[in-house]
Design a protein around this ligand. Structure first.
Ligand code: ADP
Ligand code: MG
Length: 728
């Protein structure tokens, strides 16, 4: 086995940067492989173009004859680019993307063949749904699910395949993917926010939710990664002593990007350009071999698709550069893990970012309305928001003193805190003309210049306001953003509906003017949401205690956190907002609990195997070498040998004790796993895995890592942290 380690080290050190040619400008490459508005103008008839645009902008249905025209034009465009196959591309609840390719090619008798692609193939397909997670919605004997075209996300070409973004639903109508509820949530927030915008501007017809994700990842030499069974099977290292040099020197962050990695990034970015993914920023992250990639933000549904696609493309481009991309939230102990900040905002079809302060007092009141309602939404639903980012892998990160804690809170900065404090003092009921003028001139009117110097960002906050957007920072690097984006947009939609009801009531019943009513409701919200606002250090132990006093949840593990998804309140919320039915909510909960169980189960098995079959035999081998040595010393030194062989003898004993501990703990862990496996109830089973199986991981690891420090490097089987992290 150690031969594999040394083979990988030798071969990987010979890996040279792969040349990437950049002949065309990025702007010329951008969207070349996308059936976007520009291409549609060229390829579609006027009717078809208008039909698709109406579907994109206003959610209108596309009728059959138009679908036929679109399909035929899409096919012509794709064939002109050498495409042979098409696929409905979707995001099942496995967390990855799915595709089943069909050729355009069809036989037409007499030994002849043509390329064919009709409206019905574009609009709907029936993949065998039985092999995707459904949480019991569909019994396998009626494995009927179908994918349906999402015209709001343009088709694209990847390789020689035309990919059509689709939703994936059960025959009975329930969503089996991330996209369907997201589209419903975006629709809900559009309706609710548009209604609220009408207080400020009657011309607003549509509100769009935007997302700009920042993707963190590790790049590890492919051969080195392949030499580690834990990385291969679980995406992270389950053991490994930390390297003498880690991230202490902070010399990687924003440092010059190593050439092999840079060339990978350049090729990845070129691929992204062709696919219309507007990536813009790249840099080194804090940990060695950790990097970040961020695009220009886009409409949320498109941004989610683009992030899912990106994660897939990254893997493919990486292997061409002899790398493996690790998207896991915590691939290495002792150094930073990876996250995916979700930058979120709302904007109108009149071109206004609702989370950006404006130029007039009125537009600032609109800003404050959306700003405060978002805070209220998070306050009311902090536990659900926490649940939206829960996964076995993200558990390693949240609250690990490097990432936002498992406690949800909102950071808004000193200046906006002051603004809210002043608004808290607004008179109840009708406002005097003087107060109105004062508010307009000195509170609401002052916001723009105030925000310009609001640069002190609190990196420890899970949900921070950063000038013109909120940044949800607790999202996992591996996660599909669809889940958190569905929850965030749904809770804000619900909040805006409640807000509008309250304001309207004050206008109708208390005879308040519109702005007076808005001020009155906002004042109450500011008072009611103090608990969720936190400007201090989110990593500190004091915050845990303080948050508890404030009544905020602190669900540290996935099984605990996920429960919020099926609380009465959450189920009712999703039903009311038409985002998910009760069956859908419950099924998702079950799928995620099961995924949690599987992950811990697999990690437990892999760890047991490595510890017993790789580490222990190596330790025994080394111990035998020591025993031989001691025997030799005894021969030479006779009675004096105890002094001479003292160190070796204590090493032999130490090794024995670690071996004993490893074996005992692996046995106990296996027994706990067996017990957990026979539990029927998914919640109890997940709890058993979390509380009874997982704790052995650290215990086993501790002894293996100690052995790594004791055993001769020459025979150590697993590629070490320093080799994984510092190979460039
Ligand atoms: P950082 O948070 O690392 O300082 P930036 O603030 O520049 O980086 O932006 C991070 C991400 O936020 C980018 O993807 C960017 O496109 C996105 N972003 C910027 N403005 C908005 C906005 N109004 N709505 C949503 N995302 C935005
Ligand atoms: Mg950021």
């Amino acid at each position: 086995m150690s031969t594999l380690r040394f083979y990988a080290i030798k071969e990987s050190s010979a890996n040279k940067p792969i040349v990437v040619e950049e002949k065309e400008r990025r702007s010329d490459l951008f969207g070349k492989n996308v059936f976007n508005e520009n291409t549609m103008r060229q390829y579609l008839t006027k009717d078809a173009f208008v039909g698709v645009m109406n579907a994109i902008q206003y959610g209108k249905k596309i009728d059959r004859s138009i679908a036929d025209q679109v399909a035929s034009s899409m096919k012509d465009w794709a064939l002109s680019k050498g495409v042979t196959h098409y696929t409905h591309w979707f995001q099942p609840l496995t967390g990855t993307t799915a595709e089943k390719h069909d050729a355009f090619f069809e036989t037409v008798g007499n030994g002849m063949a043509i390329e064919k692609f009709g409206g019905s193939q574009l609009v709907q397909q029936e993949p065998d749904a039985s092999s995707f997670p459904s949480g019991g919605i569909r019994n396998t004997f009626e494995a009927r699910g179908y994918t349906a075209w999402d015209p709001t996300s343009p088709a694209f070409i990847y390789g020689t395949t035309l990919c059509i973004p689709t939703i994936f639903v059960a025959y009975t109508g329930e969503a089996l993917d991330y996209k369907t509820p997201l589209l419903r949530a975006l629709n809900a927030v559009d309706n609710a926010a548009t209604d609220v915008c009408k207080y400020f501007d009657k011309n607003v017809k549509k509100v769009t939710s935007s997302l700009g994700w920042e993707q963190e990842y590790f790049l590890i030499d492919r051969l080195l990664a392949a030499s580690r069974p834990d990385i291969t099977l679980t995406g992270r290292t389950l053991l490994g002593h930390s390297s003498a040099k880690g991230q202490q020197l902070d010399d990687h962050y924003f440092g010059s990007i190593p050439s092999r990695a840079l060339n990978f990034m350049r090729e990845l970015e070129n691929e992204c350009m062709l696919l219309g993914i507007p990536v813009k920023t790249r840099h080194n992250e804090v940990a060695p071999n950790q990097f970040e990639l961020a695009p220009i933000y886009e409409e949320a549904n498109l941004a989610v698709d683009h992030n899912s696609l990106l994660m897939d493309v990254m893997g493919r481009v990486a292997s061409r550069h002899n790398f493996k991309v690790l998207l896991h939230e915590k691939p290495f102990a002792g150094i930073n893990g990876s996250g995916k900040h979700n930058n979120w905002s709302l904007s109108t079809d009149t071109g206004v970012n609702l989370l950006s302060p404006g130029k007039t007092p009125m537009s600032n009141l609109q800003f404050l309305t959306f700003f405060i309602n978002t805070i209220k939404a998070v306050h009311e639903n902090e536990e659900l928001l926490r649940a939206s980012i829960a996964s076995a892998s993200n558990d390693h990160r949240l609250g690990a003193n490097e990432a936002p804690p498992a406690i949800m809170s909102v950071f808004i900065g000193e200046q906006l805190t002051k603004v809210l404090e002043e608004l808290e003092g607004v008179t109840k009921g009708k406002l005097s003309p003087e107060e109105k003028t004062e508010l307009k001139l000195n509170v609401v009117g002052k916001i723009p210049d105030v925000l310009l110097d609001n640069t002190d960002r609190n990196r420890t906050s899970p949900f921070a306001f950063t000038g013109n957007k909120f940044e949800f920072r607790a999202v996992g690097s591996m996660a599909n953003c669809g889940n958190p984006m569905t929850v965030l947009n749904t809770i804000v939609a619900k909040q805006l509906i409640d807000f509008k009801k309250e304001v309207d009531l004050l206008i109708d019943k208390k005879d308040l003017k519109k702005d007076e009513a808005v001020f009155n409701v906002l004042r109450e919200y500011i008072k009611a949401t103090k608990a969720i606002r936190f400007e201090g250090n989110g990593y500190g132990k004091e915050w845990e205690a303080e948050a508890k006093k404030r009544g905020l949840s602190n669900n540290k593990t996935t099984p605990e956190a996920l429960k919020a998804k099926i609380s009465k309140k959450s189920i009712a919320l999703f039903e009311e907002m038409n985002v998910m039915s009760k069956i859908e909510s419950v099924s998702r909960y079950e799928i995620e609990m099961e995924a949690y169980i599987m992950h811990i189960q697999i990690e437990g098995r892999v760890l047991g195997d490595i510890a017993r079959n790789h580490i222990v035999p190596t330790a025994v081998k080394y111990q035998n070498m020591l025993i031989e040595n001691v025997k030799g010393l005894k021969e030479i030194f006779e009675e004096k040998f105890r002094t001479v062989a003292q160190e070796q003898i204590s090493l032999i004993e130490e090794i024995s004790s670690h071996i004993e501990n490893i074996n005992a703990n692996v046995t106990k862990m296996t027994n706990e796993r067996r017990k957990a496996n026979v539990i029927e109830d998914v919640e109890k089973k997940a709890m058993a895995y979390c509380n009874n199986v997982k704790p052995f991981f650290d215990e086993i690891r501790k002894h293996c890592d100690k052995l790594e420090l004791l055993v001769d490097d020459e025979i150590w089987p697993l590629t070490k942290y320093r080799e994984l992290l510092f190979t460039r």
